[in-house]
Write a protein that binds this ligand. Structure first.
Ligand code: RP5
Length: 172
């Protein structure tokens, strides 16, 4: 059986500083991925060829990031029934709102799961990908749950420290 992988597509290499957050999440969970620059507008033929080939090679889902008139995620979704997560990138004078609407406003029947604009969205695209894979990989589900517990404990600990600091202030 082919080992499933996640494909990350970016409309430009200038999107990488944001999409590095997706890569970091996938690497933290040991999820196999490949990353390519492919554009809906600038390389339409190469994008189609890549998507079809990736599916044949075992791609489980796509993450597509683009800025401005961001049609990459939608055009990938048009070519496959694999899940597609779209990441709107802040790359122009409209600060990503153009990309958000272009990514999220898909016509019925061809869904794109759009995340938030920018780094938080890129990070969540990684987590969402791991969550989708975890449906058939219980080890990933356990790793996700363990990470959430660690994060919750760290937040409560930071709250306790802040509380102590404030208590010290009122004493002095
Ligand atoms: C989009 O246009 C890309 O995804 C990028 O966010 C934006 C600008 O691309 P470059 O001009 O930096 O290559 O297609």
């Amino acid at each position: 059986m082919k080992e499933p992988f996640v494909s990350i597509l970016m409309g430009s290499d200038s999107d990488f500083p944001i999409m590095e957050s997706t890569v970091e999440v996938l690497e933290a969970f040991d999820v196999r991925y490949e990353l390519r620059v492919r554009s809906a507008h600038r390389t339409p033929e190469a994008t189609g060829e890549y998507v079809r080939n990736a599916v044949d090679r075992g791609c489980a889902l796509f993450i597509a990031a683009a800025g401005m008139a961001a049609h990459l995620a939608g055009s990938v979704a048009a070519m496959t029934v694999r899940p597609v997560i779209g990441v709107p990138i802040d790359a122009g004078p409209l600060r990503g709102e153009d990309a958000l609407l272009s990514t999220v406003q898909m016509p019925g029947g061809i869904p794109v799961a759009s995340v938030a604009i920018g780094k938080a969205g890129a990070k969540n695209a990684g987590y969402l990908a791991v969550q989708i894979l975890s449906l058939s990989h219980p080890d990933l589900a356990a790793a996700l749950a363990a990470e959430r517990e660690r994060n919750a404990a760290a937040i409560l600990e930071r709250s306790d420290r802040l509380q102590e600091k404030l208590a010290d202030r009122t004493k002095s």
